[in-house]
Design a binder for this molecule. Structure first.
Ligand SMILES: Cc1cc2nc3c(=O)[nH]c(=O)nc-3n(C[C@H](O)[C@H](O)[C@H](O)COP(=O)(O)OP(=O)(O)OC[C@H]3O[C@@H](n4cnc5c(N)ncnc54)[C@H](O)[C@@H]3O)c2cc1C
Length: 364
């Protein structure tokens, strides 16, 4: 039984606690319920927006059409990748909480997700931006996913190549933007502990332990994250507000010449990643408060909502920061979270009757 509720307040469904209303709202806890929700939208010619934990979205205003919160549960071992049974395949329902999944896998001695501990949100959203932290990205553990095509209602399966994962990027931010609801993901994990300690901050934090266990890696990642990121329950935020810019090596070298303390992270022979937080901090925005919104005082990449503000105010602050950074450093900042609702409604929601999806939310 799916309840379709009109005019639902969405403030409690996004970690920025921004106010917005959904024209219609429902929760789908199974594929059958998802089909019912899509039928409801099709019959009324409503756009569809799929929602997970709301930790990577900015509500720019009210959301036209039907918002479907996916709550499909289930974590199951579905096979083994090799004859020795060292690599296990684990299938996860889209609605499973990501961090609880990490803890569950650690408990089962299925290793490989520990560096991704404490990332908020649901498993079904993890492929959208190829979540990553502390030197590991989802793509490294990903095998395939199942999704429902919002147009046809057909079930589709995509393997890793088809998802076209990149840095905070995938096909779901391009051709398949707003066109599918991911219902499950399948991951390949290891029964053998293989700690990934390439990330210097993590390696340093564990330097006293000669052979850290996956549980120790997970606990250390949690401690590092708690020390530097505000808890959305106490100070509403959406994590990193901007992606780290990837720029040509020649431009990075020019910047480094005038700013010797700029950290550079080589990506390829042609491209270098630079920290957006450094640019924002150096431009003087860290800790700046503008009424109900502002930049966190310990982490320049995190924009926060102090309460009583709107998505429009937050997006204006983000646009001003991006303009200033572009003027000072000649580098373009791109938003990481998806912009949903308000003027962007036509772009983010998926129309079951027509198309027309401008690239709202991917830049400022
Ligand atoms: C404090 C904090 C720290 C964070 N740290 C990190 C980090 O270290 N690394 C990182 O990569 N991210 C980080 N994030 C961002 C966020 O946690 C991830 O992007 C997460 O995967 C979002 O999951 P969600 O369920 O909340 O997605 P939502 O915010 O609900 O949705 C995000 C986008 O995905 C779409 N979507 C959601 N579920 C589905 C689905 N099942 N099918 C199709 N489309 C779907 C939505 O329409 C929307 O466009 C952080 C966020 C916060 C608040």
């Amino acid at each position: 039984m799916v309840d379709f509720v009109p005019q639902v307040a969405l403030q409690g469904f996004n970690t920025l606690a921004l106010p917005a209303r959904a024209e219609y709202f429902c929760t789908a806890a199974s594929i059958d319920e998802l089909h019912k929700a899509l039928d409801f939208a099709r019959q009324r010619a409503l756009d569809v927006t799929v929602l997970g934990g709301g930790s990577n979205i900015i509500f720019a205003g009210d959301v036209a059409g039907l918002v479907i919160r996916l709550a499909i549960s289930g974590i199951a071992k579905v096979g083994e990748e090799d004859e020795e049974g060292e690599r296990v395949l684990v299938r996860v329902g889209a609605g499973e909480n990501w961090h609880q999944l990490v803890l569950h896998c650690l408990h089962q001695q299925w290793y490989g997700l520990e560096n991704l501990s404490l990332i908020p949100g649901c498993a079904g959203a993890a492929p959208i931006q190829n979540i990553g932290a502390y030197g590991v990205e989802l793509a490294q553990r990903f095998v395939s996913l199942e999704a429902i095509d919002l147009d046809s209602g057909n079930i589709i399966t995509l393997d890793r190549a088809a998802c076209r994962f990149g840095y905070r990027d995938s096909v779901f931010k391009h051709e398949l933007r707003g066109r599918v609801a991911i219902t499950s993901i399948t991951l390949a994990l290891s029964r053998r502990a293989e700690p990934q300690l390439d990330y210097p901050e993590l390696r340093n934090a564990l330097s006293d332990i000669p052979q850290p266990t996956p549980l120790q890696v997970s606990a250390t990642v949690c401690a590092l994250r708690r020390a530097k990121l505000p808890d959305p329950v106490e100070r509403p935020n959406a994590g990193s507000f901007f992606k780290n810019p990837v720029i040509p090596v020649s431009q990075a070298q020019q910047l480094k010449a005038s700013h010797p303390d700029l950290p550079l992270y080589p990506v390829s022979e042609q491209a270098t990643k630079i920290p957006a937080a450094w640019l924002i901090d150096r431009a003087g925005w860290k800790g700046v408060r503008r009424g109900p919104v502002g930049v966190h005082d310990r982490q320049a990449l995190v924009l926060v909502h102090f309460g009583g503000g709107s998505g429009a105010e937050l997006l204006q602050l983000a646009a001003d920061i991006a303009d200033d950074v572009a003027r000072r450093f000649g580098v373009t900042l791109e938003l990481e979270p998806a912009v949903i609702g308000g003027a962007s409604a036509a772009g983010e929601g998926h129309s079951l009757v027509g198309r027309g999806q401008p690239d709202a939310g991917s830049g400022l």
